[in-house]
Every structure is written in C-alpha cells, then in structure tokens.
Design a protein around this ligand. Structure first.
Ligand SMILES: Nc1ncnc2c1ncn2[C@@H]1O[C@H](COP(=O)(O)OP(=O)(O)OP(=O)(O)O)[C@@H](O)[C@H]1O
Length: 394
C-alpha cells in the first residue's frame, strides 16, 4: 500500500497535471478497497473538538466572499507550516481567488515546497495552475540591509563632526545614543520579522496588487511570531523617541543651513523617515493581526507532547493579544493500518496521547481540530500540494 501511494505521488509530481489529481483521489479509494483497509480514511477526516456552538465552518467559509482575507499559519519549526500554507494558497487559487502566498521565515522553504524557484524578494508567478497564484519570499537580511544603509547616512561621523563644530555637540551625542547601527546589527528579537512583514504590507497596499483577495502567510517558527506580536509596542516606544529627536535635528539643520547654506540632505534624515514608515506599517500589521473580519491565525502542530505544549503557549499568547485564532491543524497523524508494525503501533499510541492532550488543553480545546495524515512521500510540487489541500482544507 505504501509503495502504491508513493508511486501515485511520484506520478502526480512528474505529470504536474490537474486532471490526474481527481484520478489520484479515486485511486486512493480504489487502493483502500483493494487492500481491504482504511488506511487514509480516518485521518483525512476533519474533526472538531469544539462544541457545536463554538464550531467554525470549514473551507466553504474561508473561501466565501471577495473581500481580501489574510491567513497566517504558524507553529513549531518543521511541523508542516509551509506545506499547509502552500496547499491552502493552491486551493484558494483553484477556487477562483487571485492569491499570494508569502514567506517571512528567514529559512524559506516555499520554493522547495512548490519545487520552483520563487526567491528574489518580489512577486513570482507560481507555475502549474490555471488561476493566478503568486509567491513572495521576503529576505529579512536584505530588508534589514536597506535600513542599515539609511542608518549609516543618518548617524555618519561627518554629520556628528559638523554638528559638534556648530556647538550642537549635545545633540550629536544624543544622535549617537540612538545607536541605530547597533540596533540593526543586533536587532531586538522580532525586528527582522517586523521589517519583513512591513515590506509585505508595502507590496499589498499598492494598487497593482489590489486584485488579490486571499493572502496566505507562512510565518517563521513560534518564537518569532510571539516576539512579533509584542514588537509594535516596542517599536512605538523606541521610534517615538527617535521621532522627537528628528524634530530637534530638523530645527538644527535649518539653523546650520541658514548660516552655511548647506544642503539639508547632508544631514540625511532617511533613517528616521524609514523608521517612521516602519512604525506606520507596524501599526497596520497590528491592526491586521486583530481584525477578525479579515484575518485568521491558523496554528499548525504535530501530535507530540512537545509540539502540543508549544502550540498551547502560542494559542494563549495569540488570545492574550486578541489575535483571531479558530483552527488547529494536527499534521502528520499516522494513518490506521491493518498491518501495523510494532513501531507504528507504539507511535500511534503516542500520537493518541498527544491528541487527548489537545482535547483537554485549556487553550486548545476550544479550537476546531483538523487532522492531516502523515503521507509516505514528501509534499512537493503543485499537484502534491493540491492533493494535500483537499485533505486538510475541507
Ligand atoms: N502530512 C505530511 N506527510 C508527510 N510529510 C509531510 C507532511 N507535512 C509536511 N511534510 C514534510 O515535512 C517536511 C517539513 O514540512 P514544512 O517545510 O512544510 O514544515 P515547516 O513547519 O514549514 O518547516 P520550517 O519550520 O522548517 O519552515 C517537508 O519535507 C514536508 O514535505
């Protein structure tokens, strides 16, 4: 059976042909009948642990409406965030939504997941679909570099010397104290992700991209996400300080200009301008994170005690920050099989324990639980992602 499933996946990955996918689904059912087992039927089901009143609708609800919606997928490293995000994006596109799938994880795997080169920091069309799907892999290092370049202009010693000679040493000192270079060299946790997301916002706000009605974000592992949530406040405080200084510098600049006729650009205010922009986009990110009309954070996990504990902490933080969260994907659930080896039987017992833990967890129990099976090949390429999407997003 495993061999047969692997062969089928190999076939769809090679063929890149959608019409073959319905055949694949039929073939899986066919195989199940042939082998008189139900290896995939149970885990493919979408089950809810929420009470009916709390239960949220399935994919129908996610796909309905032409208003733009954002889906952020996050969780522990390696649990299948990218596979779930990419498969959701493929499914949205195939349901008529012009879609963008974005990765802000410094260790991108969108290209690997789609088995196409999607790098470059700009929108790249995903090949192999009939409807528009674009991918965007933001490189946080590159985005940070842009800030650094602006920062160097801002806090260059030339400016400081000039201000010193003008008797504005105090101000120069304050300028130095801002430690912009240092901020960018050793960014506070989450700054990279913030810069990446603000870059995404810049793209998404432009008229050119207004046609996209579904945005799927494959976020960096949990730690980054949690820090990102608290970052807007941090940015507000530190950039606020920066803005005050900018005003002082602006008045000093005009004083210098009036005496020496120097060009204002010589004092380069690019960095603070950039930071102000960053603050503005962080405010938008914060708004976006909290708007349940447009945004949903989907937690992805696997059935292990460690992953469940981390998901519970993530869920608690999201709730505390009022980030809309309704669904929990438990990925890589071992399918029941008639021919369980000892290892599989033990592993499934272990997974059952972790699933029970979810059902009894204070944070997670109220979420709609979506179980996705562990399949016997890697999820790579558009057809494979479509296949996964049809299992997960129902
Ligand atoms: N349900 C599944 N069955 C089999 N393999 C899977 C499944 N889900 C994901 N995988 C595989 O697990 C690996 C990791 O998946 P993926 O890259 O989606 O995880 P991730 O959470 O995004 O990882 P990272 O945190 O490193 O970005 C990939 O090789 C993927 O093909």
């Amino acid at each position: 059976m495993a061999m047969a499933a692997a062969a089928l996946f190999h076939h769809i990955s090679k063929s890149q042909n959608y019409s073959s996918l319905s055949k694949i689904t039929r073939n899986f059912s066919f195989l199940s009948t042939q082998f008189n087992t139900k290896p995939f039927s149970h885990p493919f089901q979408v089950r809810s642990v929420a009470t009916p009143a709390e239960a949220v609708a399935g994919f129908d609800e996610m796909v309905s409406g032409t208003q733009r919606k954002y889906y952020l997928l996050g969780g522990k490293g390696g649990v299948g965030k990218t596979s779930c995000a990419a498969s959701l994006a493929v499914k949205f596109a195939n349901h008529g939504h012009p879609t963008i799938v974005v990765s802000t994880d410094p260790a991108h795997s969108l290209s690997d997941s789609f088995d196409q080169d999607l790098a470059g920091g700009t929108l790249v069309p995903v090949q192999g679909l009939d409807s528009p799907l674009y991918a965007l892999e933001i490189n946080p290092d590159k985005a940070r570099e842009e800030f650094r370049t602006a920062g160097q202009k801002h806090s260059g010693s030339g400016v400081r010397d000039l201000m010193d000679s003008m008797g504005l040493g105090m101000l120069a000192e304050q300028l130095g104290e801002l430690k912009l270079d240092e901020l960018l060299d050793t960014p506070p946790p989450g700054l990279d992700e913030a810069i990446a997301i603000s870059k995404v916002m810049q793209f998404l706000e432009s008229q050119e991209y207004s046609m996209f009605t579904r945005i799927v974000l494959d976020t960096a592992p949990t730690g980054h996400t949690l820090r990102l949530l608290s970052l807007p406040d941090f940015m507000d405080a530190s950039i606020g300080k920066m803005m005050k200084l900018k005003k002082k510098i602006a008045s000093a600049t005009s004083a210098i200009k009036s005496v020496f006729g120097k060009q204002e650009t010589q004092l380069g205010l690019d960095a603070s301008d950039k930071l102000e922009q960053l603050r503005e986009s962080m405010a938008k990110v914060r708004e976006l994170f909290h708007d349940s009309e447009t945004t949903e954070f989907v937690i992805v996990t696997i059935p292990t005690v460690m992953a469940v504990k981390e998901s519970s902490r993530l869920c608690a933080s999201l709730k505390k920050e009022n980030v809309p969260v309704q669904r929990l994907i438990v990925n890589q659930v071992l399918p029941k099989s008639a021919s369980d080896c000892n290892f599989c039987a033990m592993k499934r017992k272990d997974q059952t324990r972790a699933l029970d833990m979810i059902r009894n967890d204070r944070e997670l129990a109220s979420l709609t639980l979506i179980q996705a099976p562990l399949v016997d090949v890697e999820i790579r390429s558009v057809p494979a992602l479509k296949f996964m999407g049809d299992l997960v997003w129902r």
